[in-house]
Every structure is written in structure tokens, then in C-alpha cells.
Design a protein around this ligand. Structure first.
Ligand SMILES: [Zn+2]
Length: 294
């Protein structure tokens, strides 16, 4: 919590130094374009109604990892006042397109998380509240620079956003106090930063994790090894990415069910495009703690 307050101070200092350079879209408002709906949701909470915010990918059927950008996406990025990309190899198509924009917020780069951007770093940083506050701060800064008339509103929205995150921090600590070290398994390593936040241990075998990120998928022995964990008594829940279900993850879900191991969902794209980021994070905490208490 102390860390978040420190972040907020940095945010305010950044905004005080903002100046006007008026880069506005056709609606007369500045605009934010994000690679995915989760980052757009962060930006939307900062923008309030003062900036247009859109995401390139907002359908759960789209996979940000291997999306290929089109001419329309390129145009959207080039017109944006602020662009938000995840970075860390997650959405290289967006990182490439965003390089032409004046203010680029790269979530992995600004996250401040240990090892960010290095080999083996888990790039799904939207589950890190620290990364989200850093992104929100940079977005507020970029918008205030382009739209000085609304700088105070962006600053206020950022304070509201950060205090909502701080409230969630308290809930995360409650889960941590109750369930520290609880073992869970993931069909894909999407929720790693969420688990680190609440002190839950992902015990998915390394061979499975590496395999699940390769084109070939995990080997039969890695899947068998993961499946046998379900009946080991060491696993309290299975984290599932419902947006990329395949035969392997379906099999793990079935074996979790058979062993009465509860499942809960983690996402790459907002399950509901109209959801706020803080509601998304709150829902993640709720479903994780529900699964752990079953
Ligand atoms: Zn992923």
C-alpha cells in the first residue's frame, strides 16, 4: 500500500509539469488507443469523458499473442494522442505500430516489476496492480499534456483510480493472510502476477508451462504430470483461460472436476467490454478467493 501511495505522488508531480500541445482527434477530444481492452479500460478510468478511448482487440475470440495488425489499426495508432501497448513480446504488432505515436505507454517497460522485459519474465502484467497504476499515471500525464484544459480532471480520475486499487490491495492481503502458499495449477500462465499479489503458489510443472507457450503445445508426459497433480491433494484450484480452450486445457478442466478441484477464470481480453479495470481486478480476486475457499 505504501508503494501505491508513493506511485501516486510521482503521478501528481508528473501532472503538475504538464503543458499544452493540443493533439486532438475528430471529436475535438484527445484519444487513447490501446492494443487490448484491458489496457483501454485502465485508460478509460483516467480519461473519464474527456478523451476517446478504444481498443484494437476487444473480442474474447481474438488472441493478442498472434494477432496481425491491418491498415485500419495502423491508422488508429497513428492518430492517437496516447497509445498503450502491453510490450514484453506480448503484442509486438502493436509495439511496432505505436512507435510512430507521440506518447507511447509500454506496460511492461513502465511496470517497475522486477525482471520486467528480461528473458523468462511473465508478460501478462495487467494482473499486476502496480503495473496498472504506472500505466494509468503515464496515460494521465500524456492526456494532460495534450489537453491542459482538462488536466485537473485527469489528475482527479487518477487519484480515484489509485484509491480503488488501494482498496483492492486490502482485499488481496486478506486472501494472502488466509491462503498464503496455497498451490494452484494454470492451463496457461496468464494469472502469474495476480497469484504473486495474493501469495498463491503456481505449482504447474515447468515442462507444461514451457510447452504451453510453444506452437507444439505441452508434451504428453508434461500433461500427464500436470493431470496427476489434481489428485495429489497439493492443488487447491485450477486457473483456466476460457478464451483459448483447446483439447489439453479441456482435459485439465475435466480432471480437476473429477478430483473436485475448483476452477476459476483468468483473461487476456475483458470478458465484458464495458467493464471497468478495477471491477475486472475485483472480480478476479473474488473468483480466486471463492475457488480457494471451496
Ligand atoms: Zn497469454
Amino acid at each position: 500500500m505504501r508503494r501505491l501511495i508513493a506511485l501516486l505522488t510521482v503521478a501528481l508531480l508528473a501532472l503538475t509539469g504538464a503543458c499544452s500541445s493540443d493533439a486532438k482527434g475528430s471529436s475535438g477530444k484527445p484519444s487513447v488507443v490501446a492494443s487490448t481492452s484491458v489496457w483501454a479500460a485502465v485508460a478509460r478510468q483516467v480519461a473519464g469523458g474527456h478523451a476517446d478511448v478504444s481498443a484494437i482487440l476487444d473480442s474474447p475470440q481474438q488472441d493478442p499473442h498472434d494477432y496481425e495488425a491491418n491498415a485500419q489499426d495502423k491508422l488508429a495508432f497513428s492518430r492517437a494522442t496516447v497509445t498503450v501497448v502491453n510490450g514484453g513480446g506480448y503484442d509486438d504488432w502493436a509495439t511496432k505500430l505505436a512507435s510512430s505515436s507521440s506518447t507511447v505507454v509500454n506496460a511492461v517497460e513502465v511496470s517497475g516489476l522486477p525482471g520486467a522485459g528480461e528473458d523468462g519474465f511473465n508478460e501478462h502484467v495487467w494482473y499486476s496492480p502496480t503495473a496498472a497504476v504506472q500505466v494509468a499515471t503515464r496515460v494521465a500525464d500524456g492526456l494532460a499534456k495534450a489537453d491542459a484544459a482538462n488536466a485537473a480532471a485527469y489528475r482527479e480520475n487518477l487519484i480515484t483510480f489509485t484509491s480503488k486499487i488501494t482498496a483492492l490491495e486490502a482485499r488481496a492481503q486478506q486472501i494472502a493472510a488466509k491462503d498464503t502458499g496455497a498451490g494452484i495449477v494454470s492451463t496457461e500462465p496468464v494469472g502469474a502476477h495476480l497469484f504473486a499479489w495474493v501469495g498463491v503458489k503456481d505449482v504447474t510443472p515447468e515442462a507444461y508451462v514451457t510447452g504451453s507457450e510453444s506452437d507444439a503445445g505441452p508434451s504428453v508426459s508434461a500433461v500427464n504430470q500436470t493431470e496427476s497433480l489434481m489428485t495429489s491433494g497439493r492443488v487447491r484450484a485450477l486457473a483456466v483461460n476460457p478464451q483459448t480452450s483447446d483439447p489439453v486445457s479441456d482435459r485439465l478442466v475435466a480432471s480437476a472436476k473429477a478430483a473436485k478441484v475448483p476452477t476459476f477464470d483468468v483473461y487476456e481480453i475483458l470478458p465484458d467490454a464495458t467493464m471497468s479495470y478495477t471491477d475486472f481486478l475485483a472480480a478476479a480476486l473474488t473468483s480466486l478467493s471463492k475457488a480457494l475457499s471451496q
